[in-house]
Design a binder for this molecule. Structure first.
Ligand code: FMN
Length: 135
């Protein structure tokens, strides 16, 4: 959970899709989320990560300088490749204000019962994924 935080003067949202370099298991995903959430709290970033069929779709939102810094790190990360920017621009409000990084995937990936995990249905969808995909 993120708790109440005063919003920065400017907010930016960036959405990208990538492919994981290796098949990931519950422990890898759990560790990735712990790492993400720690740094996102520091950068005041919130968002949502979807992982299905070795494809990631991530929405990150926060102050523009934090988004730029994270985007640079993401592009250097060898855990994923074929990174494709889907959208980036200023926004008035966050879509995921309550999560430093919500995570959606198949329920069998939630072996470690992480908070902020949202199981997807057989089509790889849920409400959080729909919220992430809104234009
Ligand atoms: C699919 C994916 C999503 C990630 N999401 C985040 C994130 O939301 N926040 C974050 O701090 N790191 C995230 N990371 C990890 C970053 O790529 C990077 O390893 C981390 O920010 C540390 O970067 P640094 O060594 O440049 O500080 C993600 C990595 C992958 C593969």
């Amino acid at each position: 959970m993120r708790g109440f935080v005063r919003e920065p003067a400017m907010l930016e949202r960036l959405v990208y899709r990538s492919r994981s370099t290796h098949k990931l298991g519950s422990l890898h995903l759990f560790n990735l989320l712990v790492q993400c959430r720690e740094k996102n709290r520091r950068l005041d970033i919130t968002g949502h990560l979807l992982y299905t069929e070795e494809v990631f779709v991530q929405c990150i939102e926060g102050p523009p300088e934090g988004i730029e810094s994270l985007w640079q790190s993401l592009q250097r990360d060898e855990r994923h490749h074929q990174i494709e920017l889907l959208s980036r621009g200023p926004v008035k409000e966050r879509r995921f204000p309550e999560w430093s990084m919500a995570f959606s995937s198949y329920s069998h990936f939630n072996k470690y019962k992480m908070p902020g995990f949202f199981p997807v249905d057989h089509a790889g969808m849920n409400l959080a994924v729909e919220r992430c995909a809104e234009v």
